[in-house]
Write a protein that binds this ligand. Structure first.
Ligand SMILES: *Cc1c(COP(=O)(O)O)cnc(C)c1O
Length: 308
């Protein structure tokens, strides 16, 4: 069963819990651990593996001729899908947002190298979304391909995301924080959390989808009351950045050897430190921050901006 090739390439024992011994933690009497999902695999990074694996498994079991998905030119999901599909031995394709550029981004170059077939669709057509016929109309080759939602969202992505916390032994955290794009990961963490834990999603988009609308009838009311969507740290919106954010990421790396990406995890860690500094967490809080990977996306920054 070819999924074994992917599973053996993904070594979950590489995931570490990194305790941040920051003076702020001492002052505020809080514990701060980072779940380093970025260490899972160099390309199939972080949460994207969890959101992909059941889509790939289904495609293999159903003997689909390939998988097709969607994303932007720097998408972590595209990078992960191209690599994981290649390892699983199943053809892959992607519908990429925007006109075909004269030079492919590093992400798309790697995806093509891995054998992924790329089709470019400009906005606003891309933004209206694609049903099965829409996908097929882009390229008849995709007729019987399994369609993986953008970002690995949807029910099978959620099923995988509920397994992230399995990597944490002795989960006695009071607060669990993660970055939110489609909120699939945040929902999975919430579903897998304990009754006395609070889950905080830090949105990297200005207006995140409400969890209840993403996955209707999936989250019991008791759980919703333990979830907070924080929208204060998007830094202008998706993939936007400021010097404050970049400086923070460089200092974080120098002080704690913790690399972050500017689209998701940099904003998340900034939020965690800012919330701690402003006494959001009660003394003796035990905080788990999920580092969801995505470091490959930093290749869209000019060289030298980041000191790592
Ligand atoms: C895709 C991604 C996210 C967002 O996950 P969602 O499940 O879409 O909310 C967070 N962090 C990183 C590094 C990602 O690549």
């Amino acid at each position: 069963m070819p999924l074994h090739n992917v599973l053996s390439a993904i070594d979950e024992s590489k995931v570490l819990l990194q305790s941040l011994h920051d003076p702020l933690c001492t002052t505020k009497q809080i514990g701060l651990d980072v779940l380093r999902l970025d260490l899972l695999h160099p390309v199939i990074s972080g949460n994207k593996w969890f959101k992909l694996k059941y889509y790939l498994q289904d495609a293999l079991l159903e003997e689909k001729p390939g998988v097709v998905t969607f994303g932007g030119p720097y998408s972590n999901h595209i990078a992960a899908t191209a690599c994981a599909a290649a390892l699983a031995g199943i053809p892959s394709a992607a519908i990429i947002r925007g006109e075909q550029p004269p030079h492919l981004s590093p992400t798309l170059q790697d995806a093509e190298q891995a054998g992924m077939h790329l089709e470019f669709v400009a906005r606003p057509r891309y933004d209206t979304g694609f049903d099965r016929d829409g996908v097929y109309s882009i390229n008849p080759l995709f007729q019987n391909y399994a369609i993986i939602p953008a970002g690995g969202a949807g029910p099978r992505g959620l099923a995988g995301a509920t397994e992230i916390l399995n990597l944490v032994t002795g989960n006695t955290y009071t607060h669990i924080l993660c970055a939110v794009g489609t909120a699939t990961m945040a929902t999975g963490l919430l579903l897998a959390s304990n009754i006395d834990q609070h889950i905080i999603g830090v949105s990297v988009v200005k207006q995140p989808q409400a969890l209840a609308t993403m996955f209707p009838n999936t989250i019991p009311a008791e759980m919703m009351s333990r979830f907070t969507m924080n929208t204060d740290y998007h830094f202008g919106g998706y993939a936007r950045k400021t010097n404050t954010l970049i400086n923070f990421m460089n200092v974080l790396y120098m002080q704690h050897q913790l690399p972050t990406d500017f689209v998701y995890t940099g904003k998340l860690l900034f939020a965690v430190f800012d919330l701690a500094a402003t006494d959001f967490f009660p003394p003796s809080a035990k905080i788990l921050v999920v580092h969801s990977g995505g470091l490959q996306g930093n290749r869209s920054l000019p060289p030298g901006v980041l000191k790592f």
